[in-house]
Write a new protein. Structure first.
Length: 403
């Protein structure tokens, strides 16, 4: 639902009734993951997608029916591939998706929670909405919104572990411990910037009827820090923006680090790279691309970067430069364990030569690292097409270096 927050927020402000269909679970080669949503208003307008086209028509009709019934009870439906009937409504890719259809009426008691969640997501704020998607009928669809405390997310450097989440709105109206437990669990999802489900008892532990709760996270875009204001950086900025990163270009040389040279960057910083990295905020989703291939910039920067629990670090340079840089890093105290996180060359083997091709190679490795992909051709491979996105939340990913 939060993936279409801007449009839905406008519908809420306009007082529209609508039904939102949200993917709550997937199996096999499903095209979209949990949290993907399709919404339909009372006039028949539709936004979003749950399957990339396979079952959109059937889900659209479910939303219309939910609005026409006049009820506010959510409906859980499963769509999958049918070998018996090739023309049946289902996923031709062979996967299975569970979809929760929730009417959101202007008079509904939970509309305020949805409105707050959509407003926060539309503004790019950090928040999570948790909804009960299976369990006792009287609890189905109930929601609460979790917001982080300022102390947890407001300070520089990596924010992880500890602390408490500042507030939450709404509630499930069941055992009081259930709300507290889900708020804590939603905090873990927010730390990872992840959407997914959790299984829990109705009393907030293993006690009571089993519940499935969908937690949708809204977090600011992940950061891509590009060090080195060169032509390769310009191409990497463009593809970084395309992938949804908040992109910063940093270089100590003011003649190169200009907004005119990098118009698509979110910010351009003139500062020594390691000094900027010391003071800026990073987290487990941040990717660092070091394109300077100059020891006076690279060594102090990588010495710091290799010790941060960020998602990815890449460093440009030839294989000879890479080996020389490793020796320099050892001399300043970088351990073999830290160096083992640095592998060369950066990017997938695309035979890249131009800045644009090299940027694509780097971006491909970033995506493979984030999603747990192998990077091999899918033709003839026996690997999954879609990987479990939760593998991308681990902060200790592989780290790259480029030729």
């Amino acid at each position: 639902m939060l993936d279409i927050a801007e449009e839905l927020h406008r519908w809420v402000e306009q007082g529209r009734d609508f039904a939102v269909a949200t993917v709550v679970a997937v199996g096999g080669s499903a095209p979209r993951g949990p949290g993907a949503a399709l919404a339909v208003d009372s006039e028949g307008a539709a936004i979003g997608s749950v399957s990339g086209g396979c079952v959109e028509g059937a889900v659209y009709e479910l939303c219309q029916q939910a609005l026409a019934d006049g009820e506010s009870v959510p409906v859980l439906e499963r769509f999958g591939y049918s070998d018996e009937d090739a023309f049946a409504v289902g996923l031709t890719c062979g996967g299975v998706i569970d979809i929760l259809v929730t009417p959101v009426r202007a008079s509904a008691s939970d509309r305020e929670v949805f409105a707050s969640a959509l407003s926060a997501a539309a503004r790019g704020e950090t928040a999570a909405v948790a909804r009960i998607v299976s369990g006792p009928g009287e609890l189905l669809g109930r929601a609460l919104l979790v917001r982080p405390s300022e102390a947890r997310w407001g300070s520089p450097r990596m924010e992880s572990g500890g602390g408490s989440y500042g507030s939450y709105e709404g509630g499930f109206g069941a055992h009081p411990e259930l709300d507290r437990t889900v708020v804590a669990e939603a905090g873990a999802f927010l730390d990872a910037g992840r959407t997914g489900t959790l299984e829990i008892g109705e009393q907030g532990s293993r006690c009571g009827a089993p519940l499935t709760v969908l937690v949708e996270s809204s977090v600011p875009p992940p950061r891509m820090l590009v060090f080195g204001a060169i032509d390769f950086a310009s191409a990497l900025v463009r593809i970084g923006k395309f992938l949804g990163y908040h992109v910063t270009v940093c270089d100590a040389r003011p003649v190169f680090a200009t907004a005119a040279r990098f118009p698509e960057a979110d910010e351009v910083v003139v500062e020594w790279p390691h000094r900027y990295l010391e003071r800026t905020s990073v987290d487990a989703r941040t990717v660092l691309c070091v394109l300077t291939h100059d020891a006076k910039f690279d060594v102090p920067l990588l010495r710091l970067a290799l010790r941060l629990p960020v998602a990815y670090v890449g460093a440009m340079g030839s294989r000879r430069t890479h080996l020389n840089r490793n020796e320099r890093l050892r001399e300043v105290g970088v351990t073999e364990l830290e160096l083992a996180r640095l592998h060369s060359p950066i990017g997938l083997d695309l035979g890249a030569r131009t800045p644009e091709e090299t940027a694509l190679s780097i971006a491909s490795e970033i995506v493979a690292n984030r999603r747990g992909g192998s990077g091999v051709s899918l033709t003839g491979a026996h690997t999954p097409i879609h990987h479990d996105a939760t593998s991308a939340t681990a902060p200790a990913g592989r780290i790259g270096s480029v030729a």
